[in-house]
Every structure is written in C-alpha cells, then in structure tokens.
Design a protein around this ligand. Structure first.
Ligand code: PEP
Ligand code: MN
Length: 332
C-alpha cells in the first residue's frame, strides 16, 4: 500500500503510526510530495486509516485483497471432482434441467445426455423472483436424485440457498452452487466453504470483478480452494431488450488473468433463449471458458410444460454442437 502525502505532513508521526500497526515502511521524499510505502501483508489495513490523516493526498493499494484466489501462489488451480479436472486440459460440460420438475423429465433428460455431460445439474431448490412461482421440489426431489446417482454415477451439482440445507443436500451433492442472488451472502459462502466440497460461484449480475473474486476468497479462506467461477450474464441498460441478461464474455478472460481459479460460463441464464445458447457457448469457449453450464430438456419435449426457464432449454441435438466445439479447445 502506498501513501502519497504533502511535504508538510507530520512524517515521523505517520511512520510511527504505521510501525504501530506492525508494518515496515519505505519513505521516498520528492520535491512536492512524500511517498510512504507500507510493506508486508496489507490485506487487513483499510485505506481510510491513512486517507483521513492530515496532509495525506492519496492512498493506493498495490497488491490485491484476494490473495488466495489470485495468481500469486499458483498460476492455475485445478479443481478435482472424482476423475474430472476443471481447469485441466479441456473445457467441461455441466448439463441438465434447470430444475428437477418430475421424475420423467429428469430421467429422460439425463438418459439423453449422460455420455456427453461431465456433471449433471438439475436443482431441487430454486431461488425464484416471485414467491408464487414453482420453488423446486425441495426435499421431495431427493429420491429422484438418489436414483440418478445410482443409475449414472455422475457428479451432481446442487444450488444451496441456506446453510440449513447442507445436511439434506450433502449425500447427493458433489458440487455446491452458490447462485447469483447469493454471491453477496457472506455467511452462506463461509458455511459452504467449510462443507469441504467444490463450489460453483455464480457472479452476481451487478458484481464487479473484484467483488466476485473476494466472494471466492471467502470460500477459500475457509480452507476450500476448489471454487469454480461462473459468469451468467450481467445487468445492463439493455437487459431484457434482446437477451435475458447481458453475457459478459470479456470477464472470462479478465477473471482468468487475475485468478488461479477455473472460469466457466452459463449461456442459458445469460441469454435466456435456446436459439442463442450454441453461438454464445462457442464464443465463450473462444474467450477461454473452461466449462459451460447448460439447461437441457428431452428431445421432442414441449418447452411450455416446463415450470422453470423453458424458453432457454436446449436438447441433445444442440448440445452436440457445443460438445463438438469444446473438443477443439483441448489445450494440451
Ligand atoms: C441456476 O443456475 O439454476 C440459476 C438460478 O442461475 P443464477 O443463479 O445464475 O441465476
Ligand atoms: Mn434457470
């Protein structure tokens, strides 16, 4: 951290103050200003501890606040889920229904995509904008997922809305998902961090990159580095004009440059439109996405029957186009 102060600043007082906080300093006196560099781990220091002192012009943080998930300790963190590597040498496919709605819809979907999907999605708890909309099967859906696990043996991702659901979700969940609405729910991030399973952390639709990475840092700070960042579209003045959210493909590269964590993309919730899912997925792969999380429905299914996100569900046929494109993005 660097403090830029007027020449008239009480320099010895400032240096004593910084020493008192347990830090060494580097002082450099120019003709107009004095620059005090604060050394050591400055994560716990606040800018306003210095900016409010008389004579201080500016305080600048040089190193990031998210140390664990930055590239500082390791350039690339591989998240292992069984045999699967996320951030390894190929992009992964997470596919399945948005929500598990019926046994038949879930089984048909999974049967059709089992050979191409690395991880199955299909949420039991759904965070809905309206309390009158379908909230997910919740506990009632557990037996369906138990059967899915027995039949297919695939890793399953489940969204977690509340730490009180950890016990019931734990046996059927391989990867927890923190949805975009809960990215800022710090107590939930901590509890899920303690649960000891990989976490998909969706970016809140209004989160800056640093806020997203600091949310990941909350999980990592509980001793769990296995966080997968997922971009799912942001809120802009065009939201709802031609896409459900605005896919922010640029953040995929930006996040990969700043963080050692894998970055994946959700084309379904970004665009909200089945017709846009294939091209947007291919674009995201070319931007460096190391995985895609996609809503799928069975072939020939009437999308109007789906209670959640029917408009954006694709079928196996479109999924094949994405899988084919993903194969060309093997890095080794
Ligand atoms: C989801 O993936 O099921 C979901 C609700 O997504 P998001 O949190 O990104 O809206
Ligand atoms: Mn959805």
């Amino acid at each position: 951290m660097i403090i830029v102060a007027e020449k008239s600043v009480n320099l010895s007082g400032l240096v004593t103050y910084v020493h008192g906080l347990g830090h060494e300093v580097d002082v450099s006196e120019g003709t107009e200003t004095v620059v005090v560099g604060i050394k050591g781990d400055t994560r716990r220091l606040r800018e306003d501890q210095f900016s409010l002192l008389p004579g201080v012009r500016e305080v600048r943080r040089i190193s990031t606040k998210y140390k664990l998930v930055s590239k500082q300790f390791h350039p690339q963190h591989i998240v292992r889920i069984g045999e699967l590597e996320v951030n390894g040498d190929r992009p992964i496919i997470i596919a399945g229904p948005c929500a598990i709605e019926t046994q038949e819809q879930a089984m048909r979907t999974y049967e059709e995509i089992a050979d191409v999907s690395d991880i199955f999605r299909g949420m039991l708890w759904k965070p809905r904008t309206s309390p009158y909309d379908f909230q997910g099967l919740r506990e009632k859906g557990i037996p369906i997922l138990e059967e899915v696990k027995r039949r297919f043996g695939k890793p399953i991702v489940q969204e977690i809305l509340d730490p009180r659901h950890l016990d019931v979700l734990h046996p059927i969940t391989d990867v927890y998902q923190i949805g975009m609405r809960n990215m800022f729910n710090y107590e939930l991030l901590r509890e899920v961090g303690k649960a000891g399973k990989p976490v998909i952390l969706k970016r809140n639709f209004a989160a800056r990159l640093e806020e997203w990475l600091l949310a990941a840092e909350y999980v990592a700070n509980e001793g769990n580095m296995d966080v997968i960042l997922c971009e799912r579209g942001v809120l802009t003045s065009f939201t709802g004009d031609y896409t459900r959210n605005t896919p922010d493909l640029a953040v995929i590269r930006a996040a990969r440059k700043k963080s050692c964590l894998p970055v994946i993309f959700d084309p379904s919730h970004s665009t909200g439109d089945a017709e846009e899912v294939v091209p947007t997925s291919i674009a995201a792969l070319s931007m460096g996405a190391q995985g895609l999380e996609i809503d799928v429905m069975p072939r020939g299914y009437d999308r109007r029957l789906l209670q959640v996100d029917g408009k954006q569900a694709i079928t196996r046929d479109e999924l094949d186009k994405i899988v084919k494109a993903a194969k060309t993005y093997h890095e080794k």
